[in-house]
Design a protein around this ligand. Sequence first.
Ligand SMILES: NC(=O)c1ccc[n+]([C@@H]2O[C@H](COP(=O)([O-])OP(=O)(O)OC[C@H]3O[C@@H](n4cnc5c(N)ncnc54)[C@H](O)[C@@H]3O)[C@@H](O)[C@H]2O)c1
Ligand SMILES: [Zn+2]
Length: 360
Amino acid sequence: MEHNGTAALGWAARDTSGHLSPFSFTRRVQQEDDVTIKVLYCGICHTDLHIIKNEWGNAMYPVVPGHEIVGVVTGVGAGVTKFKAGDTGYENYCPTMVITSNGTDYGGATTQGGFSDVMVVRQDYVVRVPASLPPDGAAPLLCAGVTVYSPMVEYGLNGPGKHLGVVGLGGLGHLGVKFGKAFGMKVTVISSSPAKRGEALGRLGADAFLSSRDGEGMAAAAATMDGIIDTVSAGHPLVPLLSLLKPKGQMVVVGAPAAPLQLPAIAIIDGGKRVAGSGGGSVAECQAMLDFAGEHGIAADVEAMLDFAGEHGIAADVEVVAMDAVNAALGRLERNDVRYRFVVDVAGTMHAAAAAAASS
Ligand SMILES: NC(=O)c1ccc[n+]([C@@H]2O[C@H](COP(=O)([O-])OP(=O)(O)OC[C@H]3O[C@@H](n4cnc5c(N)ncnc54)[C@H](O)[C@@H]3O)[C@@H](O)[C@H]2O)c1
Ligand SMILES: [Zn+2]
């Protein structure tokens, strides 16, 4: 550990092209309550794509994306009691003040994400991966998994016999199906891609599949669902989805298209339906309600999800790629060509990829 920081090598976007290339930078010096982590795997979330292309207008270039991080603890500060060197851990997707990537760190520097060899993280934001989960399949649970798990618990969409709709069968959506089935629910996938029917009903174990473009099928399923988790990453109408809810049914929006939601009042007045967002805001609200130390509330939520995932053998369906294949993977993610999560093999490929890029 150098005195003035921890040297790190990552892959960064420099402009709105979103193209990633090797980038050397310095992480903050490990503080008393910090954990230093060697990154093993990092998932690619659609949020990374929104940010590196500046679709949300908040990119602080250069941006090292990546917030679904599984790694090994390589060092701990004097005040760290939760971990010791040699443990396997990973950094939580943190919705409070310091976001893993493209945020502002405690000292004012821009935070850089997990497409890099090393992380320095406060112990409060590091959680344990159960030994029963593969580290590559566990990485996407940190964002995609907890993003669908948390509102399911929050809104009681985790009870046997209840009917859950999952809209969009990408990284978040496929985990929504897995958690829903593990909770004993009836799960219906609603997708604009009829080609996903077979996989939804087969490998992922959903009970039903609705093509959102099939008016008759949508009408037949009207008022049958207790809740819906909407994971779609692009603008789309909410009215046909709301019609699927029972009276007082709960819609949870987790997909974050840049375009405003299309939501006429009558679609929720009729049937007393509820629409909520979930993610950072919802977890912060949960923290305030529980009058609890913020970090503990979030960590508990994530750890409960991980234990549950471990017991039920839930990991993401991943396609592991090398660091220098990341731009191709991002291109495929943009074209909705991924089943169901790309994960970068950071430890295995980062340094060779950077050396190859330097010599070409
Ligand atoms: N709320 C949160 O805390 C949180 C956390 C993670 C991701 N997100 C957001 O959730 C969204 C999904 O993330 P992901 O990583 O699962 O992405 P993904 O690309 O893996 O999945 C998105 C799905 O939406 C589908 N889709 C895209 N355009 C569509 C359209 N016009 N109509 C219908 N379906 C369409 C795609 O086919 C795909 O199945 C992104 O906007 C991301 O930023 C939010
Ligand atoms: Zn994410």
